[in-house]
Ligand binder design. Structure first.
Ligand SMILES: Nc1ncnc2c1ncn2[C@@H]1O[C@H](COP(=O)(O)OP(=O)(O)OP(=O)(O)O)[C@@H](O)[C@H]1O
Ligand SMILES: [Mg+2]
Length: 253
């Protein structure tokens, strides 16, 4: 069954688009079919993170009913299928993001994962994304304001009965930040991944190549790969095999 995962945060600029792009590539590298959708209609960037800008049909056209969602799919060489939003502010006129849920239904069955890159805040775009999601992955930075905002999103998810898969703490650094235990205690959301603040991410943005492709050995890339495995349940499988081997070897001693 296709998992439709909203990537959300409340606060802006915490790394939702970065997580969406890199997670998508890692899932594709694990052999999964992945579609990502730019649901940040007012300030769309997702396709640009892949260096794609010359697209004619966008999610805006699909939401307006001018095109089918299949017409707005662009395949990146990583295998990730991208549904961009228009870069033109004029194209926002007449777009109703609340139609997203209905449109996404058309690609269910075409992919293992559909990742929805949300807008920040709690406006109509965010609510349309939330209602189209079967589960949500929250992204926060290790600071008080960002954590407060994911707590707000958590409340809204509860209200709408949308499953909360977990929290990604992004841009973790050595100084002037909340500790992981403090974040966990404060928001009571399972932390799936802690991604370090990594200058390679800025370099990847400059070259418009997701960091996991530009530098697979970067500290952030390793964490994105781990997160993808976790979402696929691969890590637990590997762990249990290692545990079984360890138990067997202990018995031999
Ligand atoms: N782990 C990281 N290390 C260093 N820089 C990062 C990291 N993650 C994201 N960034 C940088 O932070 C900035 C914001 O990231 P991004 O655009 O992904 O955030 P966003 O949550 O999608 O923002 P918005 O709410 O505006 O959509 C970008 O310049 C990005 O390169
Ligand atoms: Mg974004």
């Amino acid at each position: 069954m296709t998992r439709v995962i909203g990537i959300m945060s409340g606060k802006g600029g915490v790394g939702k688009t970065t997580v969406t792009a890199n997670l998508a590539v890692c899932l594709a590298q694990l052999g999964k079919e992945v579609i990502i959708v730019d649901c940040n209609i007012s300030t769309s960037h997702l396709a640009l993170y892949f260096g794609i800008h010359d697209y004619s049909v966008t999610i805006n056209d699909v939401l307006k009913g001018k095109y089918e969602i299949y017409d707005a799919i662009y395949e990146h060489k990583s295998g990730v299928k991208i549904i961009p939003a228009s870069l033109s502010s004029h194209s926002m006129i007449g777009v109703d993001i609340v139609n997203l849920r209905k449109k996404i239904k058309d690609v269910l069955g075409m992919a293992d994962f559909v990742l929805l890159d949300s807008a920040p805040g709690f406006g109509r775009e965010t609510m349309g994304t939330l209602l189209a999601s079967s589960e949500v992955l929250l992204v926060a930075n290790p600071n008080f304001m960002s954590v407060v905002d994911v707590m707000r999103v958590k409340d809204v998810l509860n209200e709408y009965n949308v499953k909360l898969t977990g929290l990604v703490v992004n841009m973790y650094k050595k100084k002037y930040r909340m500790k992981i235990e403090e974040i966990e205690e404060m928001c009571d959301i399972p932390i799936l991944s802690v991604i370090p603040h990594d200058d390679e991410v800025a370099r990847s943005l400059f070259f418009k190549i997701p960091v996991v492709l530009l530098n697979p050995n970067a500290s952030s890339s390793k964490k994105f790969k781990e997160l993808a495995k976790k979402l696929c349940g691969i890590e637990e499988e590997e762990r249990s095999i290692i545990d079984k081997i360890a138990r067997f070897l202990l018995r031999l001693e």
